[in-house]
Design a protein around this ligand. Structure first.
Ligand SMILES: C[S@@+](CC[C@H](N)C(=O)[O-])C[C@H]1O[C@@H](n2cnc3c(N)ncnc32)[C@H](O)[C@@H]1O
Length: 195
């Protein structure tokens, strides 16, 4: 479970996200954070799966980063959080520091397409970036047997091509959950399940 301090930090980021949306700010100025319910789910899934090598694409100012870094603490694992926009990542860094989660997190300031090749044997990946990139980024992942990949905005952005793509992966099982804006949760087969 997330701690009270972690929930409060998520609630603060979420309140500002709602305010930014209400103000009608340009897309580039909005932080587009993950729903708190989705963050709770992501955290529980990562801890329950005992995921140790975790990676997210699109950390923004850090809602999902808090959820996964807290999971990394619980599993003695580590989170790689990739974000392309420096100010949002700087804010996430500060929040993680306050929550004493920074030591479980590698914050990578980069375009994910340039750095995904560095990471292998991933147990859990969260995809929450530009929607046209979901399929190519999924294909760039080096996943461990039995890995879980979660993608946000399935309902809000009609991500049918992504859903079709992950469900066509041999041996994978995948379901869209009505949590937040819709989460596609895809599990790869264990090595022995591929036979
Ligand atoms: C929907 S927001 C992520 C929200 C975040 N997961 C949270 O829980 O607060 C999408 C983020 O993806 C970042 N992004 C978009 N394309 C990217 C890329 N190619 N590499 C890394 N980050 C990217 C954007 O800068 C933006 O901050």
């Amino acid at each position: 479970m997330l701690s009270e301090a972690q929930r409060q930090a998520i609630a603060r980021l979420w309140a500002r996200k709602v305010e930014q949306d209400a103000q009608g700010l340009a897309r580039a100025l909005r932080h587009r954070n993950l729903e708190p319910d989705s963050a709770e789910f992501l955290h529980a899934l990562a801890v329950g799966a005992r995921a140790r090598r975790m990676l997210e694409i699109g950390g923004s100012s850090g809602v999902s980063t808090i959820a996964l870094a807290a999971a990394a603490r619980a599993t003695s694992g580590r989170l790689v959080s990739i974000e392309i926009e420096p100010e949002r990542q700087a804010e996430a860094r500060e929040t993680l520091r306050e929550l004493e989660l920074l030591e479980y997190t590698e914050l990578v300031l980069a375009d994910a397409r340039e750095v995904l090749g560095r990471y292998s044997d991933l147990d859990l990946v969260f995809i929450d970036c530009e929607k046209d990139d979901y399929v190519p980024f999924f294909d760039l992942l080096s996943l461990a047997p039995g890995a879980v990949v979660v993608a946000d905005n399935i309902h809000s952005h009609q991500l049918t091509a992504y859903v079709r793509h992950v469900r066509s992966r041999p041996g994978a099982s995948s379901i869209t959950l009505p949590v937040g804006q819709g989460l596609e949760v895809t599990r790869l087969p264990e090595a022995k399940e591929t036979r």
